[in-house]
Design a protein around this ligand. Structure first.
Ligand SMILES: C[S@@+](CC[C@H](N)C(=O)[O-])C[C@H]1O[C@@H](n2cnc3c(N)ncnc32)[C@H](O)[C@@H]1O
Length: 361
């Protein structure tokens, strides 16, 4: 690792950059975000200081050459969340699916860029796929090219994120750094940050839909809310959705923490799958934030959460502003690694990379 210089990070499949926002906050120099979704990159650019962006299809082998050119001399850490739909338990689970093959392009990028460390994030179902064959193949290929690879399923709530979101994380370190040890949880179920801890200070938007840029009406009520606001002067992306009276009346019948199973017979039957008509519980972390399927509702108000509410539940600070249409913003928020989770992993990784430096002094 180079002394007296920040550790550089390139984020592949960066989306809006939730993961690399966590790394930025942990003190890394995020130099490049690569994705093929223009609105996500617009958000990335607006929230990652001087970091560059590259709109590229990572299926294309030439993209790696372009990444090398843009990143300059040395990429210290390569991070990435290749699309997970193909691997998801709710997806096709087809190994030859084009989306699964994108995963291999991340491995090829590691081979080409030779970073000191890498991090891959995905849905936990990946670990069980084909009786673990996908996970084993990732570890085998990356170990073969000189990395100690460790993996763990992490729960965001254990690290102070107000959300029950689990993800598998692989961290590879060049052998000279030893084996990575995942950071210890900061929270337990007894002191999880709850949905109301996270969003109770935000305007109700019961009588008006709000605007992309608006004002806080209340002061921050909890430590988490204070942390999210930091020095933010205005409130962005807090815009409600117009529901029909019928939808509102169905939501009003769902108790906190309930779902379609709590509805009277014959009500809300148009949606009866697992997550349908789910209302968050104010005293618990939220369910996994999705990409805007409109199945989750505010714990108190009879509407879906706003982009800002979901961003708070994903631990994006209020000065992280989402670009694009509301649909695009929801996708960016739901796809992201919670920045606070990224921060804890990033900080731990830094201690491994720096320790080697200390040893050399
Ligand atoms: C799970 S999201 C990554 C989220 C990101 N790690 C974060 O924390 O915000 C996966 C990303 O892969 C991008 N993607 C999908 N196919 C791609 C391709 N062929 N080339 C480049 N990016 C692609 C999507 O646009 C999406 O932003």
């Amino acid at each position: 690792m180079v002394k007296n210089k920040k550790i550089t990070v390139v984020d592949l499949f960066s989306g809006c950059g939730g993961l690399s926002k966590g790394f930025l906050d942990a003190g890394y120099d995020v130099i490049l975000g690569v994705d093929n979704d223009a609105p996500s990159l617009e958000t990335f650019k607006a929230n990652h200081g001087d970091s560059k962006i590259l709109n590229a299809d990572l299926f294309d082998k030439n993209a790696i050459k372009e990444i090398k050119k843009m990143a300059g001399s040395k990429v210290d850490v390569l991070v990435g969340g290749p699309p997970c739909q193909g691997f998801s338990l709710t997806g096709t689970r087809n190994f030859n699916d084009k989306r699964n093959r994108l995963y291999l392009s991340f491995i090829e990028a590691v081979e080409e860029l030779k970073p000191e460390a890498f991090l891959i994030e995905n849905v936990p179902g990946l670990v069980r796929m084909y009786d673990g064959a996908v996970k084993d193949e990732i570890i085998r290929r990356l170990s073969k090219i000189g990395y100690n690879v460790e993996w763990k399923i992490l729960s965001a709530a254990d690290y102070g994120v107000p959300q029950l979101r689990t993800r598998v994380v692989f961290v590879g370190l060049r052998k000279k750094y030893g084996k990575f040890v995942f950071p210890k949880p900061t929270n337990t179920p007894e002191n999880y940050v709850t949905s109301s801890d996270a969003i109770s200070d935000l305007p109700a938007l019961e009588n008006d839909l709000g605007e992309e840029k608006s004002e806080y009406k209340k002061t921050a009520l909890t430590d988490y809310q204070k942390k999210m606001r930091k020095s933010a002067k205005h409130l962005y992306n807090h815009v409600s959705t117009k529901h029909t009276d019928m939808v509102k009346s169905v939501i009003s019948l769902v108790p906190e923490g309930g779902n379609h199973k709590d509805l009277p017979p014959g009500v809300g039957t148009s949606r009866n799958f697992n997550e349908a008509w789910t209302r968050y519980h104010s005293k618990k972390p939220s369910k996994t934030i999705d990409t805007g399927h409109r199945n989750h509702f505010h714990y108190k108000y009879n509407r879906i959460p706003t982009v800002r509410e979901n961003a708070r539940l994903q631990s994006f600070p209020d000065d992280f502003i989402f670009m694009g249409t509301r649909t695009q913003q929801n996708r960016q928020v739901g796809n992201a690694v919670p920045p606070i989770l990224g921060y804890h992993i990033g900080r731990q990784l830094m201690s491994f990379l720096n320790k080697k430096n200390e040893d050399k002094k």
